[in-house]
Design a protein around this ligand. Structure first.
Ligand code: CA
Length: 234
């Protein structure tokens, strides 16, 4: 028998909490709810949820503190539920190890898509210990082992840095990756302040090579002020 997905919702706004809980229950999930950070933390320990939906603005603590605590001992996927005014908090949350975020107000299909992506990513990580070696979406294919990128079957030449960025985004496809996370992955601890600019230059070059219309990308999307999200591998 298939196990029900166990979802913990930590959110103090009752109407949002009820909406999420009802949408998830209708999809066959088991939803547990907490209105405070303290009760959320104790439910994480006692109920071992498969995934956590976390509001950042809680009455007793900052949701970011919960991410820090959870990430010190667990890799359970965390999706941050945030208000549109919390751009900086989103970046902090993602850099501390949140898997994704969703901005209020959102619909249930968007939420379920985010949950599926986060779950797929986490099961892939546990199943193989690494990400898949082939990315494929529409006309774009990336064979990570062979270091080969093709568009409509035609080889695309990427520089070392461009390739590293594209592969990292592909390994995290469907999820947003922050600028800092990309920079420290590509340039390591030596990423300096100028790398931000260099990242943008590289991204412009990547888009010129991969996208038919770089202004309306189909493969790599910009999350303004936060980072990039690559279309999910199919
Ligand atoms: Ca709140």
């Amino acid at each position: 028998m298939k196990q029900k997905l166990n979802v913990l919702i930590i959110e103090d706004e009752k109407n949002i909490c009820d909406f999420i809980s009802a949408s998830l229950t209708a999809q066959g999930c088991r939803a547990i709810t907490a209105q405070t950070g303290a009760s959320g933390l104790s439910l994480i320990a006692s109920q071992c949820p498969d995934i956590i939906l976390l509001d950042l603005g809680l009455p007793d603590m900052d949701g970011v503190e919960i991410i820090k605590k959870v990430r010190s001992w667990s890799s359970t996927p965390i999706i941050v539920i945030s208000a549109r005014t919390q751009e900086n908090d989103k970046v902090t949350a993602l850099d501390l190890g949140a898997d994704d975020y969703i901005t209020k107000p959102f619909g249930s299909s968007e939420l379920l898509a985010r949950i599926r992506t986060a779950m797929r990513h986490s099961s892939r990580m546990t199943a193989s210990g690494s990400s898949p070696q082939i990315y494929h979406c529409r006309d774009l294919a990336i064979d990570i082992d062979r270091r080969r990128v093709t568009l409509k079957g035609q080889d695309i030449h990427l520089t070392q840095i461009e390739f590293k960025i594209v592969v990292f985004l592909a390994e995290n496809s469907g999820r947003v990756v922050t600028y800092d996370t990309i920079m420290s992955h590509v340039w390591g601890p030596y990423a300096g302040s100028d790398n931000n600019r260099i990242l943008r230059v590289n991204m412009a070059n990547i888009r010129r090579k991969l996208e038919a219309n770089p202004a309306e990308p189909k493969y790599i999307f910009t999350e303004i002020g936060i980072g990039y999200r690559m279309a999910e591998s199919d």
